[in-house]
Design a protein. Structure first.
Length: 190
């Protein structure tokens, strides 16, 4: 599902029209969509209430809610189509055109310039989206599943400095690095 699939859809609770979805509120830690940001009138562009994602029962031609229980979105990034996107240094990167959402967890942010950014690169979001500084390779990448037991016992899913230190201690730094994109680790025949 994409943000464009949710945006501009009518929201109904108990077959009563409640408003129109304008965007989503998501946690910057877990990247989970926590709220639907809604406007009470179809002609209104500003958001005046939000509904917890737990109330959503169906998303089709309209968004159906089990109950209308407006909530105040706390500690979340409010993302909607049309927000400007800036780099950490202040460079303009375009306007949000879409957000990839899988099982109500955001994964990728898309701009009008055809660029895609992983949601982990979002640093802050309010009236604009600000992206983090690019991490030196390979920090921030997902650890491939076959490498998890070799590198850590905590099953970290992202390469961090601690994961790299553990790989060095186990003598597996080259193997870990070669298993990450753009490389492809292949075992050589003995």
């Amino acid at each position: 599902m994409k943000l464009s699939d949710l945006s501009e859809k009518n929201v109904y609770a108990n077959k009563n029209f409640c408003g129109v979805c304008r965007g989503v509120g998501l946690s910057l830690k877990s990247h989970a969509v926590r709220y639907l940001l809604c406007a009470s009138k179809p002609t209104q562009s500003s958001v005046d209430f939000s509904v917890g994602i737990g109330s959503v029962t169906d998303v089709g031609d309209a968004i159906l809610l089990s109950r209308l229980r407006p909530s105040c979105p706390k500690g979340c990034a409010k993302i909607s189509i049309g927000l400007p996107v800036y780099s950490f240094e202040g460079g303009y990167l375009g306007v949000v055109t879409d957000l990839d959402v899988r099982d109500f967890v955001a994964t990728t942010l898309y701009t009008d310039r055809g660029e895609a950014f992983p949601i982990t690169s979002v640093f802050a979001c309010s009236d604009a989206v600000i992206l983090r500084k690019e991490q030196p390779f390979p920090l921030g990448q997902r650890v491939p599943a076959p490498m998890l037991p070799l590198v850590t016992t905590k099953a970290d899913s992202v390469v961090t400095k601690a994961v790299l230190r553990t790989a060095i201690a186990q003598g597996a730094l080259v193997k870990l690095t070669l298993s990450l994109p753009p490389f492809h680790f292949e075992k050589s025949a003995p």
